[in-house]
Design a protein. Structure first.
Length: 100
């Protein structure tokens, strides 16, 4: 399993806009082939800090996600709302074990 933790810091005036746009991206992402999880987390201590937990069965599935219309729309929509560039940290998911 290929996991990316994407840290996003949003300008305070765009937090609600970001949440709406990210919800739309989430709804489509969980339907993608190879998607295992797509969690959207907001820090309880800093409402402008989000973490997207994206898990895909393979690197191919992860790469396909970045070519989807919904991801490209999200990326372009939220770009100006970022307080700083988003940071994606990649991990290998060990558990739960998956058959794919």
């Amino acid at each position: 399993m290929h996991v990316t933790l994407v840290h996003v810091h949003v300008k305070p005036e765009h937090v609600n806009d970001f949440i709406r746009a990210t919800h739309e991206n989430h709804r489509h992402s969980v339907l993608e082939p190879g998607n295992r999880r797509f969690d959207v987390l907001q820090s309880p201590d800093n409402a402008t800090h989000f973490v997207l937990y994206e898990a895909y069965a393979s690197e191919v599935d992860t790469a396909r996600h970045k070519q989807t219309a919904h991801y490209l729309k999200w990326r372009d929509t939220v770009a100006e709302w970022m307080a700083r560039p988003r940071e994606g940290l990649r991990y290998h998911g060990l558990y739960p074990e998956t058959s794919a």
